[in-house]
Design a binder for this molecule. Structure first.
Ligand code: ADP
Ligand code: MG
Length: 236
């Protein structure tokens, strides 16, 4: 059975792409066959932070009907399979997000987990990744605008018949802050799956084109990502 997670937020810059890359890498580390896909077609960052920014075939070409999805899959850290989006605006214009649902049917049975990095904002293109997922994981920062936008995303998800698994609080000062945790759970009405600290190693790893979990495995952020992925797959 495949589980499809979409990583969403509402607000931009909360850490969706970071969570997609690191969670995906950790699930692959645990020998789960994992695909991560960049559905943020306008701001394609997933390939960029994994050193796959110059790939000849991307999701753009697939959504433009010019290539098969299997041609756009590249191996990343720990064997996670990455489907990047293209960086060109021309490619973005030609791609048709409506086709995503059909295209994913071709690969969904080939993996244990498919993780979709969603675009920010609530617009038509952003709905497709929410509708495709079995469960949505919200990535929030501990500030009010991020939380309000995440709440809107949760409501939208439920309006279209989707389910929110929970929220990851990213860029928090203190990962043991149980007050913030319970306040956010109350406000969003979903469980907090984990808290990731503000950690300079996250940006350092991206600059080195790797996820922090493989580049700096002993960092605080990596510890947090390991805890979250272990709890998702139910290992210690
Ligand atoms: P989104 O995909 O939601 O727009 P990104 O994952 O691209 O957000 O993250 C936005 C920026 O914040 C990036 O520069 C990233 O390196 C940085 N960032 C994300 N999470 C952390 C963290 N826990 N600590 C420090 N920097 C972070
Ligand atoms: Mg992003």
């Amino acid at each position: 059975m495949t589980t499809v997670f979409t990583i969403a937020s509402g607000k931009g810059g909360t850490g969706k792409t970071t969570v997609t890359a690191n969670l995906g890498s950790m699930l692959a580390y645990h020998k789960k066959r994992t695909f991560i896909l960049d559905s943020d077609m306008g701001m394609a960052n997933l390939g960029l932070i994994l050193g796959l920014e110059n790939m000849p075939v991307t999701l753009h070409e697939v959504l433009a009907g010019k290539a098969d999805i299997h041609e756009a899959i590249y191996e990343g850290p720990y064997g996670v399979m990455v489907i990047p989006s293209g960086l060109s605006l021309e490619g973005f214009k030609k791609s048709d997000p409506e086709k995503l649902t059909d295209i994913l049917k071709d690969i969904v049975d080939e993996c244990d987990y498919l993780i979709i990095d969603a675009p920010a904002g609530i617009n038509h293109d952003g709905i497709v990744p929410l509708a495709i997922a079995d469960e949505i994981i919200l990535v929030v920062n501990p500030d009010i605008s991020s939380l309000v936008d995440a709440l809107k995303t949760k409501m939208l998800t439920e309006m279209i018949g989707g389910k929110v698994k929970g929220a990851i609080i990213n860029r928090i000062g203190n990962v043991n802050d149980t007050n913030t945790r319970s306040q956010i759970e109350k406000m969003l009405g979903v469980p907090v799956l984990g808290m990731i600290p503000e950690d300079v190693n996250v940006r350092r790893a991206s600059a080195g084109r790797s996820p922090v979990v493989s580049k700096f495995p002993t960092s605080e952020a990596s510890r947090a990502f390991r805890r979250i992925s272990a709890s998702i797959i139910g290992v210690d």
